[in-house]
Write a protein that binds this ligand. Structure first.
Ligand code: CAA
Length: 389
């Protein structure tokens, strides 16, 4: 097998990637099927990921993080996702949807208080934008935050919150001025134990079953005004900026799943015989493998490119929405394609729960949906290309 990619990684990148690979193979892969079956949140391994510095890779050391770059984040996340996509999304949300936004838009006090426990892996962070009637059209949210002296009172119902049942801290988006639509959205930092905040039922899911997803219900939930992230009305831009970072994480999750499925299919095709020869020797299978491998490597290059674009934006302040959306679109559709082919190559064994192939297939689907569906990524890309936004 060729050792791709031919991409300039520093020694530090390689060390982190190898540490993540080692941990994922030894500690996550052996428990992935069991936690997928039970749907239990994998607290112990998530805690260990924190100890290894994986829960705040780009966060400066002064706030409890590993102080590395976006490429480092992507390399480590890819390894975790190869072993288990559920651990992967917990890590991705913590790093990009939670820490990144506070790092970029938070005050010094907010960074100290709300990032340090999360980046060091002592606590878990989550991001809450979606509502039951407001998904792709995120600007139509109904939840309300009302200023009351030195406090805000939060009311409403949020849905599909990754890590919702277990998170200690949340970045939450609510309307402060509904008449202004997107420009009336404001972001808040909410502690999980605040009175008036309850977690709704845990969603039963097709895949990434060990990651916990739920609704959040806010009823007269009173938080200090100092917990507002950014200014009133800046919330929609904050949400979108943060999603650009998040989409690189989900693209990486899709890549990890696809790589695991591909590697299993490649090995199986070399061993399993039919009609007197390994099935990989038939062009019907060999060409499938060729397409799988090519699309995986193309995904990887789009993801690394998006990671470098994000890194550059730390200096320039510019957007990298195009790079992030292209990476997510291509990698998630590749993941679905590759896992589908991997089931087919494995035949009956691909359908059996005795092998992880069917899990890869179930896990891949969500990457085409959350943090912006494939249709939304196409909308973002085409609008930017046509100069419409
Ligand atoms: N960065 C910075 N600003 C941005 C931006 C970005 N990526 N995208 C849009 N904006 C700005 C625009 O420039 C515009 O600003 P001005 O008014 O000053 O010009 C403003 O935001 C409004 O933008 P649009 O007019 O483009 O807004 P829209 O209503 O047409 O929506 C959209 C655009 C792309 C459809 C957006 O709503 C979107 O991305 N929807 C998908 C939401 C999503 O991904 N949800 C997933 C939630 S998280 C999750 O999945 C659960 C989890 O826990 C993992």
């Amino acid at each position: 097998m060729t050792d791709l990619p031919v991409y300039p990684l520093t020694d530090e990148h390689k060390m982190l990637r190898d540490a993540a690979r080692d941990f994922a193979e030894k500690e996550i892969a052996p428990i992935a099927a069991e936690f997928d079956e039970s749907g239990e949140f994998p607290r112990e391994t998530v805690k260990k990921m924190g100890d290894l510095g994986f829960m705040g890779i780009e966060v400066p050391e002064e706030y409890g993080g590993a102080g590395m770059d976006t490429l480092a984040y992507v390399l480590a996340l890819e390894e975790i996702c190869k072993a288990d996509a559920a651990h992967g999304v917990i890590m991705s949300v913590n790093n990009s949807l939670y820490c990144h936004g506070i790092l970029k838009f938070g005050t010094e006090e907010q960074k100290k208080k709300f990032i340090t426990p999360i980046a060091s892996g002592k606590a878990i962070g989550a991001y809450s934008l979606t509502e039951p009637q407001s998904g792709s059209d995120a600007g139509t949210m109904k939840s309300r935050a009302t200023r009351d002296g030195e406090f805000y009172i939060l009311n409403g119902r949020k849905s599909w919150v990754t890590s919702g049942p277990v998170a200690d801290y949340f970045v939450v988006f609510m309307m402060t001025d509904p008449e202004k639509k997107q420009k009336g959205v404001t972001a808040f930092l909410v502690e999980g134990n605040t009175p008036g905040l309850t977690r709704g039922k845990k969603e039963p899911k097709l895949g990434i079953r060990a990651s916990a997803t739920s609704e959040l219900i806010f009823e007269e939930c009173k938080i200090p005004a100092a917990n507002r992230l950014g200014e009133e009305g800046e919330g929609f831009k904050i949400a979108m900026t943060v999603l650009d970072a998040g989409r690189i994480g989900i693209a990486t999750q899709a890549l990890g799943i696809a790589e695991a499925a591909y590697e299993a299919a490649r090995q199986y095709a070399g061993q399993r015989e039919a009609f007197g020869q390994p099935i990989g020797a038939f062009q019907g299978t060999g060409f499938k493998l060729a397409d799988m491998k090519t699309r995986i490597e193309a995904s990887r290059l789009l993801i690394y490119n998006a990671a470098l674009a994000k890194e550059k934006s730390k200096q320039t302040g510019g957007r990298y929405s195009l790079e992030a959306s292209m990476a997510k679109l291509f990698a998630s559709e590749t993941s679905m394609f590759v896992t589908h082919q991997a089931v087919q190559i494995h035949g009956g064994m691909g359908y059996s729960r005795e092998l992880p192939i069917e899990r890869y297939f179930r896990d891949a689907k969500i990457t085409e949906i959350y943090e912006g569906t494939s249709e939304i990524q196409r909308l973002v890309i085409s609008r930017l290309e046509l100069g419409l936004k």
